[in-house]
Design a protein around this ligand. Structure first.
Ligand code: PLP
Length: 393
């Protein structure tokens, strides 16, 4: 299977999904270990002189390998590694490649922020947080000698877009590796590796899984970098269960179709909210008026299913609105078939220091939507009735 094929074809046929019985769906290898005919055979696999399956925690299981080979094609990567969660993928990367410290550009998911500011400093791994608009500061910090530059684009929760090619060129000039958290976009909307980045990371719990029923992570890049990460994954025990790999392969077959609908529903809702008198601001890179639209157009093929907006009336109005929505589930997470709503200050960014929230425009009146696959007019009607319940004059 070549990467030249369209993503819709790769999602269905791509990867090493071999079944000796000819079944079109991938068999599940629900086993922890594999037997050998002789010690000589076993040693060949252990030594790596022969390809084979050995022990599931090592990733040496056909269900895991099939998933990884499909994901590598989708990301345009030499190799992909899967993990038990998005945070497992992120932490394995940081533990492997951020020894001399790292730079985080722009806004990130609250859990990653906690890891960078609370746990990793305990191991002496320090992160500099840099505004993406301040390239001079970024270059100065790179000159100091940094291993890894990390960012999210689009970012959580205000959908800011960072120019992947621009930052990557600068980082590479000083020998730093670049990792992008591509969770909000998915490879159906954006391929960071093809734009020059060294690592693409995703919480597969979100759009890749797509049904809010599995937790997984993926990290893609060149084998020469992934080998070291693989050793950490193995000994930290971060492997995904084969059942989840099997479920994820099935989910991926509909990824492009789902993403098309996420994209079109989110754009329609962004237009609706933008025109609404009770909404102060809509954060969605697909809007022509968005400050991020031009860069988004350059590096994304679709703008995604996530959007945020500021409702008039402050935190109280935001809580009332999210509580009164009926189709949108009030829940953290994103990327499922069903629409979700959350107030980032009480969910994804809960506990972040006040100033850090304000610096990032994460106010109590900010509402985040993960727009699902329902009929968009029903979603708009639900928003309309919830906004009407605020009784704005
Ligand atoms: N990255 C982003 C952008 C996220 O939103 C999340 C979770 O919400 C993660 C990473 C972590 O993913 P997981 O919950 O699969 O560990």
């Amino acid at each position: 299977m070549t990467t030249k094929q369209n993503i819709s074809t790769l999602c269905i046929h791509g990867g090493d999904i071999t079944d000796v019985l000819g079944s079109p769906s991938m068999p599940l290898y629900d086993t922890t270990t594999f037997g050998f005919d002789s010690t000589a055979d076993l040693l060949e696999v252990v030594n790596g002189t022969k390809e084979g399956y050995l022990y599931t925690r090592y990733g040496m299981n056909p269900s895991i390998k099939a998933l990884e080979s499909k994901l590598a094609l989708l990301d345009g990567a030499e190799q992909s590694l899967v993990f038990s969660s998005g945070m497992a993928a992120i932490s394995a990367l940081f533990l492997t490649y951020a020894r001399r410290g790292m730079i985080c550009v722009g806004d990130i998911y609250g859990g990653t922020m906690q890891l960078l500011t609370e746990q990793l400093p305990e191991l002496g791994i320090v992160t500099q947080f840099i505004d993406p608009a301040d390239l001079v500061h970024l270059e100065k910090q790179l000159q100091v000698g940094i291993d890894l530059v990390f960012f999210e684009t689009p970012s959580n929760p205000t959908l800011k877009i960072i120019d992947i090619t621009e930052i990557t060129k600068l980082a590479h000039k000083y020998g730093a590796l670049v990792a992008i958290d591509n969770t909000f976009a998915s490879p159906a909307n954006q391929k960071p590796l093809l734009l020059g980045a060294d690592f693409a990371i995703q919480s597969a719990t979100k759009f890749l899984g797509g049904h809010s029923d599995l937790t997984a992570g993926v990290l893609s890049g060149q084998t020469k970098y992934l080998n070291r990460i693989n050793a950490w994954r193995k000994n930290l025990g971060q492997m995904l269960a084969p059942e989840i790999a099997h479920k994820l392969v099935r989910s991926l077959s509909t990824l492009p179709l789902r993403i098309q609908r996420h994209n079109s529903n989110a754009l329609a809702i962004a237009h609706y909210l933008e025109a609404h008198s009770t909404v102060n601001h809509v954060y969605y890179p697909g809007l022509a008026g968005s400050a991020h639209h031009e860069v988004a157009k350059k590096q994304m093929s679709g703008f995604g299913g996530m959007l945020s907006f500021e409702i008039k009336g402050g935190g109280e109005a935001a809580i009332k609105l999210v509580d009164n929505l009926q189709l949108f589930y009030l829940a953290p997470s994103l990327g499922g078939t069903e629409s979700l709503v959350s107030q980032p200050v009480t969910t994804s960014h809960f506990g972040m220091p006040e100033q850090a929230l304000l610096d990032r425009g994460i106010t109590s009146s900010l509402i985040r939507l993960s727009v699902g696959l329902e009929e968009v007019s029903d979603l708009i009607q639900d928003l309309e009735q919830a906004i009407a319940s605020l009784n704005f004059k």
